[in-house]
Each structure stands twice: as C-alpha cells, then as structure tokens.
Design a protein around this ligand. Sequence first.
Ligand SMILES: [Fe+2]
Ligand SMILES: [Fe+2]
Length: 198
Amino acid sequence: MELRAEEVLNLAARVLSEERFKHTLGVADCAEEMARHHGLDPLKARCAGLAHDLAKEIPIKDQLSLARRWDLLHYPEDEQYPAVLHGPLAAYWLEHYYKVDDSEVLAAIASHTLGRPGMSPLEMLIYSADLTEPRRDFPEVDILRQSLYDDLGKGTLDCVERTLRYLRQRNKPIHPLTQLTYEDLQRRQNVGTGSKNA
Ligand SMILES: [Fe+2]
Ligand SMILES: [Fe+2]
C-alpha cells in the first residue's frame, strides 16, 4: 500500500507532542520543497517527512524491546544509544502494520537518524531536511541550506560532517553507521568531481 500524505499527517498528529508535530511539518515542507527543486517526487518526500519521527516518542525502554523483537539491532551501539532506533522502528511499523510497501519511502524513514552508505536521493533529502527544516536554528544552518540547494549530495555530506563535528566537540559517541555514511558520501563526491583520491 502506498503511504498517503493525509493519513500519515493524521497519524503524526495523533502520536506526537505539539512540538514534535511542528518539527515534523517543518521537515515535510522542507523535504517537499527540496524534492521539487532537485527533480524528485515531492509527494514521497512529504510522506517520508511526515512519517520520519512517528516512533520518536515511544518510551526508550519500549523502543529497545520492540527493536529486539523486530530484529532491528545490528550494532552494539544500537543498544547503548537507543535514541537512534526510532527511524528503523517507524519504517518497520509502517511496513508491517500499515502495509506500506514503498521501499524508497521506508528506507528514507529508516535512515534519517544515522544515514547509511549508499543513500538514495530521497534518503539524503529526509536526513538533511531533519537537520535544516525552518525551525532549526544553529550558526551554520544557512550555509547547510544553501549547500543543499546547490547540490543535494554535497549538502548532505556537509550535514553529516556537521553532525560528526557536533558530536566530537561534545564528546558524544559516534555511531559507526554515521561514520560510514560520511566516508561513502565523501567518496561519491570525489568520484563526481573526478578526484584522484576517489
Ligand atoms: Fe528523528
Ligand atoms: Fe526529526
């Protein structure tokens, strides 16, 4: 079944707090606009944006037990820092309980927390919209928005780089998937520009 924007909007309004719902609308608007600009499917972008944080407010203890039950734990860090699980959980939930079968949209929801090597343009879009939606306010956000407008791949690389920098500065753990995502995006940029380091 295809995910319909109206349905997922109602679902988000039901399960999310007011603040998170506003963030969700910001991500959906931002993703839709970026999709139009970069020639991607705006409706898929909107649906993935609306759905990306559906599992975020499930108590962490329950997120962990669901992830265990649904076999979504792939790294020791997933259990150590379970806040990263809400993307895969939402995707699994929509696929198995709402019979959503759009693998592109499901992947974009699943990978929005950590990224993954080999991200599709829609995955990049949701990952980046989550960080740069209009309500986000941090010093480099406008530079990231411009970079995403100019080039989705380079802009996403800049977003991942910013996240890594932010985590390092605060001595926070870095999940291996985010590091792998960074290396993958960097390699893809180098290939695109014909660098000898590719
Ligand atoms: Fe999230
Ligand atoms: Fe989010």
